[in-house]
Design a protein around this ligand. Structure first.
Ligand SMILES: Cc1cc2nc3c(=O)[nH]c(=O)nc-3n(C[C@H](O)[C@H](O)[C@H](O)COP(=O)(O)O)c2cc1C
Length: 330
C-alpha cells in the first residue's frame, strides 16, 4: 500500500489523485488561495488551506466565505482544513467547504494554541478521541468528500495519544489519510520530530501518512521522508518565501533562485494580495510576507526596514524592483 521512494510519484487520498508527494502544510493566517497557488505553480502536489473555523462556515460568516473559502481554479486538488469541536457544526461547515470547491477536507487536531485548545478543538481533541472520531465522520457525511486529519503525536512529551488516535481515525472513522506532526503539542516547534514513530504509524495503517515537522529545506524533507517511510512530505515554514523548495523536491530545479526571480516572485505576491484584499488591507497584510524574501534578495537593512514600514503598494513595488539586481528587468 505505502509506496515508493520517489517524491515525484503520484498517489491518491480517498480516490483523489495527487500529482506528487510534496505538499504545502496548512499555515494559519497565511495559507490563502494565492499562497496555495504559488506552491502549486512551483510544483506542490497538494496545498492545504489555513485552518478555517467550522463555526464561521456554519454561520456563513461573510469574511470567512469571501476570503478563506476563495479557491482559484488552478489550485485543484485543494484541501480545506477545518477546526472545531462540535460534530453538527463540523457537518455543515464541511458541506459548505465542499460547495465552495474543496476536493478534500482536513480536520485540525494538532493546533497547540491556547485560544483554540480552550474551545476543545485542535490538539485538545487528542484527549477526546470519541469527539475526534465524531468530527471525522460528520465531516465526511456533510461534505461527501474524503476526510483527513492532521495531528500531533501527543499532548506532552512521551504521550502517544496522537499516535493512538490516528490508528482509530483510520480504522473506525474512515480517515482517508493522516498528516502526522510527530512532536508533542506542548513543545510547539521545539525539539526534533520523531520520524521513527511516524514509521511505526506508516506500518500500522493502510492509508497514506504524510509527515510534517522540521522540513526546513529540501534536504531535511528528503531525510524525513527516508527516515519515516511516509508516503508524502508536508512543507510548512520551509516554504515561506521559498516556493522553490517544491521545484527542488520534485526535480525541477537544482540551483537556488536568482535575485531577479525572487523579486519577480515577491511582485507576484504583492499583485495577488492587492487582488485579494484591495490596496489598503494588502499593504498591511504584506508586512508579514516581506521578511521571508529579504535574505534571498540580499536586501540592505535600510531597504528591508522601509519595505516593512511601507503600507503603500507602488512604493513597495519600487523597492522590490530595486532589489532585483542584474537580470531581466521587472
Ligand atoms: C505560522 C504557522 C501557522 C500554522 N498554522 C497551522 C494550521 O492552521 N493548521 C495546522 O494543522 N498546522 C499549522 N501549523 C503547523 C504546520 O502545518 C506544521 O505542521 C509545523 O509548522 C511543522 O512543520 P515545519 O517544522 O516544517 O514548520 C502552522 C505553523 C506555523 C509556523
Amino acid at each position: 500500500m505505502h509506496g515508493t521512494d520517489e517524491l515525484t510519484e503520484p498517489f491518491e487520498i480517498g480516490g483523489v489523485r495527487i500529482a506528487n508527494r510534496v505538499l504545502l502544510a496548512p499555515l494559519a493566517g497565511i495559507g490563502n488561495w494565492f499562497v496555495r497557488l504559488q506552491a502549486k505553480r512551483h510544483g506542490a502536489g497538494l496545498a492545504v488551506s489555513e485552518m478555517v473555523s467550522s463555526f464561521g462556515l456554519h454561520h456563513r460568516n461573510e469574511r470567512t466565505l469571501r476570503e478563506l473559502m476563495r479557491i482559484h481554479p488552478d489550485e485543484h486538488p485543494v484541501s480545506v482544513q477545518l477546526f472545531g469541536h462540535d460534530a453538527e457544526v463540523m457537518r455543515s461547515g464541511a458541506a459548505i467547504a465542499a460547495e465552495a470547491g474543496a476536493d478534500l477536507i482536513d480536520i485540525n487536531m494538532g493546533c497547540p494554541v491556547r485560544k483554540v485548545r480552550r474551545t476543545g478543538a485542535g490538539a485538545e481533541l487528542l484527549g477526546d478521541p470519541e469527539l475526534a472520531l465524531a468530527l471525522v465522520r460528520a465531516a465526511a457525511e456533510g461534505s461527501g468528500l474524503p476526510v483527513t486529519a492532521k495531528l500531533r503525536s501527543g499532548l506532552r512529551p512521551g504521550d502517544r495519544s496522537g499516535f493512538e488516535l490516528a490508528l482509530r481515525l483510520v480504522e473506525e472513522g474512515g480517515a482517508a489519510a493522516i498528516a502526522f506532526h510527530p512532536r508533542a503539542a506542548t513543545v510547539g516547534h521545539g525539539g526534533s520530530p520523531d520520524y521513527a514513530l511516524t514509521r511505526e504509524l506508516v506500518e500500522r495503517v493502510d492509508v497514506p501518512v504524510i509527515v510534517s515537522g522540521g522540513l526546513k529545506s529540501a534536504e531535511a524533507a528528503r531525510r524525513a521522508h527516508r527516515e519515516s517511510g511516509a508516503d508524502a512530505v508536508m512543507i510548512a515554514r520551509g516554504a515561506l518565501g521559498n516556493p522553490w523548495v517544491f521545484e527542488e523536491l520534485t526535480g525541477r530545479r537544482a540551483a537556488p533562485p536568482r535575485r531577479d526571480e525572487v523579486a519577480g516572485e515577491l511582485l507576484w505576491v504583492i499583485d495577488r494580495a492587492e487582488e485579494h484584499l484591495g490596496a489598503e488591507r494588502a499593504g498591511r497584510y504584506l508586512r508579514k510576507f516581506y521578511p521571508w524574501y529579504m535574505e534571498p534578495l540580499d536586501a540592505p537593512p535600510a531597504v528591508a526596514d522601509e519595505l516593512q514600514r511601507s503600507a503603500d503598494l507602488p512604493r513597495a513595488r519600487a523597492l522590490v524592483r530595486g532589489l532585483a539586481g542584474p537580470g531581466p528587468s521587472l
